[in-house]
Design a protein around this ligand. Structure first.
Ligand SMILES: [Fe+2]
Length: 163
């Protein structure tokens, strides 16, 4: 399946406890272990939109300074563009199985460095350079229908996309 352009949706109304959890997650982006502990309390496996042949992005939280938390629902076979990230990125697979191909920049080219497969309960964490949007370059492919929780230190759509 070829890469797709995901649509972004507003999140549901949150309870005070859910809002607090999201604020705590956004405040601990520099601490992978704390993120994992907090994310274990994430209980919003809700009705996120299905996107045939693609994935949907539902934004649950957006901090005025940029931190963003969203849930992606993936159709099997959905592929993202190759893209970079803001300084911090944490992705936890909630359901299904995601493949992540990681790249490094080598001059004008990108070199594939790693292919990881993450199942439900597994995560990736990347800490890069502040103010850059080409950190942790990867492409994600959903190997199964999947659901994933994403926490970024800035608007994820600022991440650089590579054609
Ligand atoms: Fe990503």
């Amino acid at each position: 399946m070829s890469e797709c352009k995901a649509k972004t949706w507003p999140g549901p109304i949150l309870t005070a406890a859910q809002q607090q959890l999201l604020e705590d997650l956004a405040c601990h982006l520099n601490n992978e272990n704390r993120l994992l502990e907090l994310a274990a309390g994430f209980d919003m496996q809700g009705n996120y939109p299905h996107a045939p042949h693609c994935y949907s992005r539902t934004v649950l939280y957006h901090h005025p300074q940029g931190a963003e938390i969203m849930v992606a629902r993936w159709d099997a076979g959905a592929v993202t563009p190759v893209h970079g990230h803001p300084q911090y990125a944490f992705v936890l697979v909630l359901e299904g199985r995601l493949q992540m191909e990681h790249f490094k920049a080598a001059g004008e080219e990108l070199q594939l460095t790693d292919i990881l497969v993450k199942n439900a309960g597994e995560h990736i964490y990347a800490a890069g350079e502040h103010g850059r949007y080409d950190n942790a370059i990867h492409r994600v492919t959903a190997l199964q229908p999947s659901l994933s929780l994403h926490i970024y230190s800035d608007d994820a759509l600022k991440g650089i996309c590579y054609a």
